[in-house]
Design a protein around this ligand. Structure first.
Ligand code: HEM
Length: 485
């Protein structure tokens, strides 16, 4: 086995693990090395903190570690692990993955949904202009709602999140459900760590999981029933077609797809996208607030682009917005976004598991790993390693991504894997790389942003949740930029 700290009976190394887990595992790696062995309760796990070892597992042994650990929450909430994120590696997963990459999340499909994204951005900007200028704004909430509405409109043409403070009732219900789900996934469940103790359920978590599962199912069932009842029969080429139209067409043509599959896909896409994208945007804005010169340079870049080209102008509102197609021309914005993802990967840790078929374990890099070994990739630690990134690895320095040969995001550079890599790498990367920089560009185009009392934010701490957002939600004060009028 790889080296590792001494463990205890039953709990293994659980007593050593404190939140935030990525920091705790990083500290242990400094003592035990870039690959070390622990037991999470009764589950064997290796923690990987170097690009060399990441490549060993994710490239050399790609097939062998293409599974994910199965958790009680995902069994209960995601229709017995039927979402792509949590599905066991095998033929069903391959079938669904193809559907995602070819039909659902291809760049072409993402492009088709520019309109709802522009409209939602315009609504959030209007809210900021009319009700929030000069006031302290909860940016996490604003971004979460904006991204949430963009996603739910692309999926089933409904706004499911409230962007105005006044909205209430049904619209907020779904937001609360997403948040409760994230908490359930972010909190370890005893039975996942020590299966023979799962009957105890001291945390009462099963009940909470079942309640969330029931309410989520009800929400998606209503969406489905309403759409089937209206039988709008929109073809996928039509401009107001959404993902649900496409899924219903496949449902009608493909006997292998049932109602739960559709609900599962809708749920998967919402859950995998909103929290991650919001966290990425929140960190980017936080870094910009602390690095004023970068913020100003970005505003200049966006201003120059908008003045020189046709920007989107919405519904005669006079509001100019940066469009998707312009994002690739904003080189500095791209560098800022990458640098923020480097320092603050929304999934600080990525989890894989040895495939079930390897029932006697496998040898990796000279180590004998037992069956069902979990691999925890410390993406956070690898992206801050000074041997790879230089002495300023801990500083926000977007210029490092302007150099030729800088690491890309697409999973070829193992020191920088915010979207993972290989067959189980993130299929939503195109969507994320469109939505997140789009929101950032438009927020800095129209507003100057300041922290309350001009304080420098402490960006050294993350909260423990499904993703790793700022320890306290980001707040800032917007003022309208004259040049944006
Ligand atoms: C900044 C935003 C995002 C980040 C940082 C992110 C990151 C990740 C990571 C690290 C993984 C695991 C990859 C691996 O095991 O190698 C993953 C998987 C996944 N992501 Fe994302 N993601 C983001 C946005 C999205 C979006 C927008 C969607 C969909 C609309 C999405 C859908 C998925 C799905 C379905 C999987 C599971 C793939 C599988 O297991 O086969 N993600 N993501």
């Amino acid at each position: 086995l790889p080296p590792g700290p001494p463990g205890r009976p039953i709990i293994g190394h659980l007593h050593l693990l404190q939140p935030p887990l990525h920091l705790c595992l990083h500290t242990l790696s400094q003592q035990y090395g870039p690959i070390f062995f622990i037991k999470m309760g009764s589950s064997p796990a290796v923690v990987v903190s170097s690009p060399f070892w990441a490549k060993e597992f994710l490239h050399t042994h790609e097939h062998d570690f293409a599974d994910r650990p199965q958790f009680e929450a995902s069994k209960r909430i995601f229709y017995n692990n039927r979402t792509l994120v949590m599905m066991e590696y095998g033929s069903l997963w391959r079938h669904l993955r193809k559907l995602y990459t070819v039909h659902i999340l291809s760049s072409k499909r993402v492009e088709m949904f520019e309109n709802p994204r522009l409209e939602e951005m315009a609504l959030s900007i209007k809210l900021l202009e009319n009700q929030m200028c000069g006031a302290v704004v909860d940016l996490r909430k604003l971004v979460f709602n904006t991204v949430g509405n963009m996603m739910s409109r692309m999926l089933f043409s409904k706004r499911s999140f409230d962007v105005s403070e006044a909205a209430d009732g049904g619209e907020c219900r779904f937001k609360e459900l997403v948040e409760r789900t994230a908490v359930l996934f972010g909190t370890p469940f005893l039975g996942d760590l020590v299966p023979w103790l799962s009957w105890l359920d001291v945390q009462g978590a099963r009940k909470r999981m079942d309640r969330v599962a029931k309410e989520l199912d009800k929400f998606f069932e209503e969406v489905l029933v309403e759409r089937i009842a209206t039988s709008r029969g929109v073809s996928e080429e039509e401009t107001d077609a959404d993902y649900l139209d496409m899924l219903l067409r496949i449902y009608n043509e493909d006997g292998g797809m049932d109602r739960d599959s559709i609900k599962c896909i809708l749920m998967d896409l919402l859950m995998a996208s909103i929290e991650t994208t919001t966290t990425a945007i929140e960190w980017t804005l936080a870094e910009l607030l602390n690095n004023k010169s970068c913020m100003m340079k970005l505003q200049e870049e966006v201003d120059t682009l908008i003045q020189g080209e046709d920007a989107a102008v919405l519904n005669g509102s006079g509001k100019c917005l940066v469009r998707d197609s312009q994002l690739t021309k904003l080189g500095y914005l791209q560098a800022i976004f990458k640098e923020s993802l480097r320092l603050h990967p929304p999934f600080a840790l990525n989890l894989r598991q040895m495939c079930k078929a390897l029932d006697t374990g496998i040898k990796v890099g000279g180590y004998d790993l037992p069956k069902k070994t979990r691999v925890i990739f410390n993406l956070w630690a690898m992206a801050r390693d000074t041997t790879m990134w230089g002495a300023n690895a801990g500083s926000f320095c977007p210029d490092r991504f302007l150099n030729d040969g800088a690491p890309d995001l697409r999973g070829h550079h193992y020191e920088f894997l915010p979207f993972g890599t290989g067959r189980r790498g993130c299929p939503g990367m195109s969507m994320a790389l469109t939505v997140a920089p789009f929101v950032v560009a438009n927020l800095v185009l129209r507003f100057n942003w300041e922290t309350p009392d001009g304080i420098i934010l402490d960006l050294s701490k993350e909260a423990s949740s499904l993703t790793a957002p700022l320890a306290t939600p980001l707040v800032a004060i917007p003022t309208l930029r004259r040049s944006s009028q």
